[in-house]
Design a protein around this ligand. Structure first.
Ligand code: CAA
Length: 248
């Protein structure tokens, strides 16, 4: 992939299912990869297993839902690494439940971690990218931000919000060589999807034309493409990777 060797890539929630595949793919392409984490002990174990597979990933503790945490992370990374070239806003959680049963905590936590975080983190690095005249912001949204999903008013609102953010910021940064795009994965075989009750999950898989869950590596490949120089003309886009479950 052209133009990625030596670039600094920050992946929020890089220790998760899709995040791990993104970190591995960007490290393979020659990036200096940094992942945020919350639990440093668990993350250190993850870091060792990534290293054993040949992928060096630095860790920075940061609760992406906290602006203060993100500010401190920004100061540290901008100082130690000279900024971030490729930012992947990947951190996300679910707190599923029908709207009538949804608590304010379920609503707020999902909006904070999945959407407010995108402001908190991107704000720390966008000036650096624009000043350098090169940058990539890649937001991991979801099929459910495009089509909605029974039991996910909180999650779908946050994921749809990420794309509004993407289109607006893309317009503000285009002249400075910084592209901003979102990817909307469908159902990928990660712990998050495996946590759905089996019967419900099987009904969902039956609605996927390719007949299977996606693989984290299939999302990571798309991230790597958007991060490279070949994707310089793609900005403000929302690229679906959902096995045909939702089209248009
Ligand atoms: N459409 C219409 N009606 C449905 C329905 C659907 N998809 N699913 C359930 N119902 C019905 C139920 O049959 C029930 O009907 P009755 O009251 O007549 O019996 C009614 O709706 C309400 O059901 P409950 O309130 O009892 O719902 P529940 O609490 O048992 O389950 C839920 C709700 C946990 C949200 C469950 O529906 C669920 O797990 N849904 C899947 C959510 C989902 O897809 N999450 C994705 C997580 S992974 C992810 O988010 C990654 C990504 O980006 C894709």
């Amino acid at each position: 992939m052209s133009g990625m060797n030596g670039k600094v890539a920050l992946v929020t929630g890089g220790t998760g299912g899709i995040g791990s595949a993104i970190c591995a793919r960007l490290a393979q392409a020659g990036c200096k990869v940094i992942s945020t984490c919350i639990d440093e002990t668990l993350a250190a174990e993850w870091q060792r297993s990534m290293a054993a597979a040949g992928h060096d990933v630095a860790l920075v503790r940061c609760d992406v839902s906290s602006f203060d945490d993100c500010k401190a992370m920004g100061e540290r990374i901008n100082g130690e690494f000279g900024g971030v070239d490729i930012l992947v806003n990947n951190a996300g959680i679910t707190r599923d439940g029908t709207f009538r049963k949804m608590t304010p905590e379920q609503w707020t936590r999902v909006i904070d971690v999945n959407l407010i975080s995108v402001f908190n983190v991107t704000r720390q690095f966008i000036d650096g990218m624009m000043n350098k005249g090169w940058g990539r912001v890649i937001n991991i949204s979801s099929i459910n931000g495009q089509k909605g999903q029974f039991g996910q008013t909180n999650y779908a609102a946050a994921k749809a919000g990420m794309h509004g953010f993407t289109m607006s910021l893309a317009q503000e940064t285009a002249r400075k060589g910084v592209t901003v795009n979102s990817i909307s994965p469908g159902y990928i075989g990660t712990d998050m999807v495996m946590a759905i009750a089996e019967e419900v999950r099987n009904q969902i898989i039956a609605q996927i034309p390719v007949g299977r869950l996606g693989r984290p590596e299939e999302i990571a490949a798309l991230v790597a493409f958007l991060a490279g120089d070949d994707a310089a003309f793609i900005t403000g886009a929302n690229i679906a990777a959902n096995g045909g479950q939702h089209m248009g």
